[in-house]
Design a protein around this ligand. Structure first.
Ligand SMILES: Nc1ncnc2c1ncn2[C@@H]1O[C@H](COP(=O)(O)OP(=O)(O)O)[C@@H](O)[C@H]1O
Ligand SMILES: [Mg+2]
Length: 307
């Protein structure tokens, strides 16, 4: 089930999501309205917008965790509500990483990475999981429990957990926002390197472990090409440094994309280094010109809600 050439990995068409209002029960609240959003195969797209504008809502639609009130979500050209392609409506081509850790506290790091593989019945779950822990820099930490790991190490474990399942699409919802800035930059570079498929070359740590026999390993990088990434963040710097394209959402209600910017900064990128380049600053100024007013509107709304 690979897409046709040119078929986007992910496409939202005219997506609107209306909820029962949290603030005024009985009333309806339209979070996003008429959203068109495309992520090409192998493309890294970030969505930025003020808090509460509907970024997580869109990600949940893309994941198949939330059915849109109107509009449709397509994955490699197949509708998510097409039960012959997606029996539970869940986007089975995607892996997720959310802001909060999703690690099981009673399982070791290795056990956590293995869990999804075991669930799928992968015969070489342990070898694939060990390999992925090594690739995210946690070789030798497999026997630690989540509470014995730092925040950054738990994120690495989550990343290994997501990538070990070899998804074609990665959905990330502010995955690094709880990390300190240095750890965050390390993780961002890590994700870019793994996404580009040069994780092994860069790390090149000698390993005595035999290569796993499964397909999990080749999958990360080159064999099938890059994964499509939909990256949600409220941090414009992060969005520009990581992405091929940045989409700006308006403040809610009825939020929708109001700007789209191609990020023509050459790769490979070091997220800390690109931030001081003239092109980055230019792009930042151009995008901020669109985003600024929406952030102010969003901030006023938060204040009103709190009042
Ligand atoms: N299940 C829900 N029920 C009611 N309101 C919701 C629900 N999910 C999200 N919302 C509202 O929709 C808006 C967008 O939320 P969200 O997508 O989480 O924003 P963001 O991720 O951009 O901060 C918010 O006002 C939020 O309160
Ligand atoms: Mg959110």
């Amino acid at each position: 089930m690979t897409g046709l050439p040119g078929t986007p990995a992910l496409e939202l068409r005219g997506v609107s999501c209306t909820f029962v209002s949290k603030d005024a029960p009985g009333q309806r609240y339209t979070a996003v309205q008429g959203v068109d959003l495309t992520v090409g195969a192998g493309e890294f797209v970030s969505v930025v917008g003020p808090t509460g504008c509907g970024k997580s809502t869109l990600l949940n639609v893309a994941a198949g965790l939330l059915a849109p009130s109107t509009g449709e979500a397509l994955v490699f050209g197949r509708r998510l509500d097409d039960r012959s392609a997606f029996p539970d409506g869940i986007n089975t081509r995607a892996g997720y990483m959310f802001q909060a850790d999703s690690l099981m506290p009673w399982r070791t790091a290795l056990g956590n990475v293995m869990a999804g593989l075991e669930f799928r019945g992968a015969p070489d779950a342990k070898a694939v999981a060990e390999d992925w822990l090594r690739r995210v820099g946690l070789g030798g930490f497999g026997d630690r429990y989540p509470h014995q790991l730092s925040g950054g190490m738990r994120k690495r474990t989550s990343l290994a957990q997501t990538l070990a399942l070899d998804p074609d699409i990665i959905l990330m919802d502010e995955p690094f926002s709880a990390l300190d800035i240095q750890t965050r930059q390390l993780m961002e570079n890590e994700v870019l390197a793994l996404w580009a498929g040069d994780g092994d070359e860069r790390r090149a740590a000698p390993s005595s472990a035999p290569p796993p026999s499964g397909g999990g390993r080749a999958a990360a990088g080159g064999s099938r090409g890059r994964k499509a990434v939909l990256f949600i963040t409220h941090d414009l710097d992060e969005a520009i440094a990581m992405s091929d394209r940045v989409v700006v959402m308006s403040a809610g209600p009825a939020s929708r994309p109001i700007g789209e910017f191609a990020i023509d900064i050459p790769r490979p990128r070091d997220v800390a280094e690109v931030k001081v380049t003239p092109r980055f600053l230019e792009l930042h100024a151009a995008i901020w010109a669109v985003l600024r007013e929406e952030v102010l509107k969003g901030y006023e709304q938060q204040l009103k809600k709190a009042a």
